[in-house]
Design a protein around this ligand. Structure first.
Ligand code: HPA
Length: 234
């Protein structure tokens, strides 16, 4: 047990998928895992452990934003020995060529700051994905048959943005989409020598204003979860 995770030692798998939404953790566990067992419900941040094609995997909610994700990822790595951590979430598209429902795989991510920024002082650390996971996810995405984009994303601290000029600069510099967690995940993975990746379904479009219709959400999130699971165990 840790401050924020009630699982007993051994109840968390080495491979952990991290949706922001704890209800999505439950939905994904029930849909994709064999024999999912609830291992955490502290603060309602549900976590489940089961198997996927015979491999043990935990699906643990991380909450929204980097400070929340940082708590769970620190404890998963340091107290539960997690070795492969894959964020599965949603993001807003920042390029015209990307459509809602498409999947974005983050090679690297730009931020104003992460909870780890105090360590780096004047350094601009460049958080990047684990290459073996990135390559495996891109391969899996081509088999799932969904539109896939691999490149840089923007990890923002705000959903309700008072600085639209930052989004414009991101678009101008080829950034694919915006979300709120990946930079801290990649930074912690680098610090502790574990593998990390962020795979996101495009739920809304910052340029066109399009949004994923409610009835398509489940299938789209399902595609992303399949990509993440296939990448984890390839
Ligand atoms: N902004 C930030 N985070 C997000 C968005 C967005 O538009 N969509 C999904 N996560």
């Amino acid at each position: 047990m840790t401050f924020h995770i009630g699982a007993k030692p051994g109840e968390i798998a080495e491979t952990v998928l991290l949706p922001g939404d704890p209800y999505r953790a439950r939905w994904a566990a029930e849909k994709f895992l064999k024999d999912p067992k609830l291992v955490n419900e502290v603060r309602g941040m549900l976590g489940f452990t089961g198997t996927y094609k015979g491999n043990r995997v935990t699906i643990q909610g991380s909450g929204m934003g980097m400070p929340s994700l940082s708590i769970y990822v620190n404890e998963l790595i340091k107290d539960y020995d997690a070795k492969t951590l894959i964020r599965i979430g949603s993001c807003g598209a920042m390029q015209e060529s990307i459509k809602v429902r498409d999947v974005i795989i983050a090679m690297t991510t730009t931020t104003v700051a992460t909870p780890s920024s105090t360590i780096f002082r004047e350094l601009n650390f460049s958080p990047s994905a684990d290459y073996s996971l990135l390559r495996a996810a891109a391969d899996a995405a081509s088999k799932v048959g969904v539109g896939v984009h691999v490149g840089g994303i923007y990890s923002s601290d705000t959903f309700y943005d008072e600085r639209p000029d930052l989004n414009k600069e991101m678009t101008r510099h080829g950034i694919l989409g915006v979300e709120m967690e990946a930079a801290e995940l990649y930074t912690l993975a680098a610090r502790y020598g574990v593998r990390a990746l962020a795979v996101m379904t495009v739920s809304d479009h910052l340029i066109t204003g399009d949004a994923l219709p409610a009835d398509q959400r489940e299938t789209s999130f399902g595609d992303m979860i399949e990509i993440a699971l296939e990448a984890a165990f390839s």
